[in-house]
Design a protein around this ligand. Structure first.
Ligand code: GA4
Length: 356
């Protein structure tokens, strides 16, 4: 089991929520500020229809509620399909089950055959959802380009619109924590505290005991890691979760900010490594993780907007100034992806592409 370390500070800092229905000039300013400061923000009043989200969530729940044997038939997630606990290929683990899908309709229809007994409905649900979140991601990237005063508004969004874009959809499922494992930890704590003995207990003692059990649940739930800290390698991430908390972001070393489970209408947006490179380091790719912190199931649906494998990543000249020359050497997405997959989840990879 991976635990959060005690040297970390958890702070309830208010994170930016951007209303996309406000005047464009206002939205631009907020998006640029949030991307520079946090590499993260939430958006509300977007145009993604609720029924498309609900349909995707229902398909997702129905997959994860299958038996473990049935789910294994859709695995392993190499390259696409069902995964349980193993993350990537270098020994990372988390308390998570997931479905990793390529966002390309052809690939989705192939993978769907092992995922659902009704693959046509499954793939059309995924296609419909991906089309909507991709459009949202492109709209945000265009607002970013305009906010940074880059003349070509599609300078970032063109990568996601490319027919060969390597974008992904990941469905994550964090099962509730009341497991035998946790019960063992609680009993262990209580025995150490000498609360239990062989004689019958009074009602006062019973109350104390029950309170202790709750505290222990709380303690152990708070520090169990569902998905370890990392930055996303792609350009932009669009995340939707159910109303169960657990996501945290770390805009600076050792500081973690919980992302409150917002009313169901919001999407969380993360700047990825490639956008950090494309903006010459002005926007920060944000470290984040998921903590399993509830008795309820947490589920998230995450779109990772990525370039095509051979796309060349180099920041527009407008973002280079006499005071700030090119921070990163040009690279292709294929090259960056290879570097990403050869490393551990929490590694800082962009560093290797810095101009010395
Ligand atoms: C993080 C973002 C996406 O979930 C992901 C992850 C990928 C995987 O789960 O296979 C990686 C991880 C992610 C970054 C480092 C490598 C690759 C696991 C891992 C150890 C699908 C992605 O693109 O990069």
């Amino acid at each position: 089991m991976v635990l959060a370390t005690s040297s970390e500070k958890i702070r309830d800092i208010e994170l930016p929520i951007i209303d996309l229905s406000l005047e464009r000039s206002e939205v631009l300013k907020h998006i640029v500020k949030a991307s520079e400061e946090f590499g993260f923000f939430k958006v509300i009043n977007h145009k993604v229809p609720e029924f498309i989200i609900k349909r995707m969530e229902d398909e997702s729940y129905s997959f994860f509620s299958k038996t473990s044997l049935q789910k294994q038939c859709a695995g392993p997630a190499n390259p696409y399909g069902y995964g349980c606990k193993n993350i990537g290929f270098n020994g990372d683990n988390g308390e998570v089950e997931y479905l990793l899908l390529h966002a390309n309709p052809l690939s989705i229809s192939q993978t769907s055959k092992t995922i659902s007994s009704d693959p046509i409905t499954f793939s059309s649900t995924v296609d419909g959802y991906v089309a909507e979140v991709k459009e949202l991601a492109c709209e945000i990237l265009e607002l970013m380009a305009q906010g940074l005063r880059v003349p070509h508004i599609s300078v970032f969004s063109k990568f996601l619109r490319d027919l060969n874009s390597d974008s992904l959809l990941r469905l994550n499922y964090y099962p509730p924590l009341i497991t035998n494992n946790i019960h063992q930890l609680i009993i262990h704590d209580l025995l150490e505290d000498d609360i239990t003995d062989a004689s019958p207990i009074s009602s006062d003692e019973a109350r104390i005991f029950s309170k202790e059990v709750q505290t222990c649940h709380h303690r152990h739930q708070q520090c169990k890691i569902g998905f370890g800290e990392h930055t996303d390698p792609q350009i932009l991430t669009v995340l939707r979760s159910n109303d169960v908390g657990g996501l945290q972001i770390s805009p600076q070393d050792g500081l973690w900010i919980p992302v409150s489970p917002h009313p169901n209408t919001a999407f969380s947006i993360f700047v990825g490594d490639t956008l950090q490179a494309l903006t010459n380091g002005r926007f920060k790719s944000v470290r984040h993780r998921a903590i399993v912190n509830s008795c309820k199931t947490r589920m998230s649906m995450v779109y990772f907007g990525a370039p095509a494998p051979h796309a060349r990543i180099s920041c527009p000249s407008e973002l280079v100034t006499p005071h700030k020359s090119y921070l990163y050497r040009p690279f292709t997405w294929a090259e960056y992806k290879k570097a990403t997959y050869s490393r551990k989840l929490g590694d800082t990879r962009l560093q290797c592409f810095r101009v010395q």
